[in-house]
Ligand binder design. Structure first.
Ligand code: ZN
Ligand code: FE
Length: 244
């Protein structure tokens, strides 16, 4: 394992992700929704920034890019080619199957539409890291916001489900406790879910992030990854929108 990853809280409930490549000392951030915490994290990691990875165009994932780029002009900004018109200016536009160099490592690009049509994820396969933005959360999943989103989101979750179980899902938000309340309403007897919900409560009480989660944990507990088919997924996604 050469790439290390760390959640950095920003805005009210977002995470940006700080990555460091061990062999080369290269540093990357993913989804800087706010510049100040990203800059502080980069300074603490040694003051060098090589790469800015963007999963999708929403402001809470990209608003810090301009200031970061001004501060660290050598950083390359990487995002989806099909969303180039609504992303900050890209130095590298990518699509499904492309790869992004990061120090001695490489991230594979997965096109995982559903939350938005152009949403991508970055997969550091040898390090079992998936930077998955707003597609899947601990005990939850993103909201389909564009045409065809529900079907696309379901297909994207099926793809994630086939990754190795020890994949760490580095998602964009701290939604675990509220996701747990909904998940428990669907699947109250699920022991893995109850354990994850309890662990999340303890972590939050201690002021710590509940993510990354692992795919194995989510396959056992996440009602969206556990939906039997598209219809069940659709019903759960719809119910979650109205759940209080
Ligand atoms: Zn989003
Ligand atoms: Fe978001």
């Amino acid at each position: 394992m050469s790439v290390r990853v760390e959640a950095v809280p920003c805005l009210s409930d977002n995470y940006l992700w700080l990555l460091k490549d061990g062999p080369t000392g290269a540093v990357a951030v993913c989804d800087p929704g706010e510049a100040a915490p990203a800059i502080a994290a980069v300074e603490e990691a040694g003051g060098r920034l090589d790469l800015i990875l963007l999963t999708h165009h929403h402001g809470d994932h990209v608003a810090g890019v301009a200031e970061l780029k001004a501060r660290f002009p050598a950083a390359r900004v990487v995002g989806a080619a099909m969303d180039a018109h609504r992303l900050p200016k890209l130095d590298q536009s990518v699509a499904e199957g492309d790869s992004v160099a990061f120090g001695a490592a490489r991230a594979g690009v997965l096109h995982l539409p559903g939350h938005t049509s152009g949403h991508i994820a970055f997969h550091f396969a040898p390090d079992h890291i998936l930077l998955c933005g707003d597609i899947v959360f601990a005990l939850g999943c993103g909201r389909p916001l564009e045409d065809g989103g529900t079907e696309q989101l379901y297909a994207s979750l099926r793809r994630i489900a086939r990754l190795p179980p020890n994949t760490r899902l580095c998602c964009g938000h701290e939604y675990t406790e509220s996701n747990a309340r909904f998940a428990l309403s669907i699947d109250p007897e699920n022991k893995a879910l109850r354990a994850e919900a309890e662990a999340a409560g303890a972590l939050r009480a201690a002021g710590r992030p509940t993510v990354p989660t692992t795919l194995a944990q989510e396959m056992a507990a996440n009602p969206f990854l556990r939906a039997r088919d598209l219809e069940e997924f659709r019903a759960r996604r719809e119910a979650k929108n109205h759940f209080r």
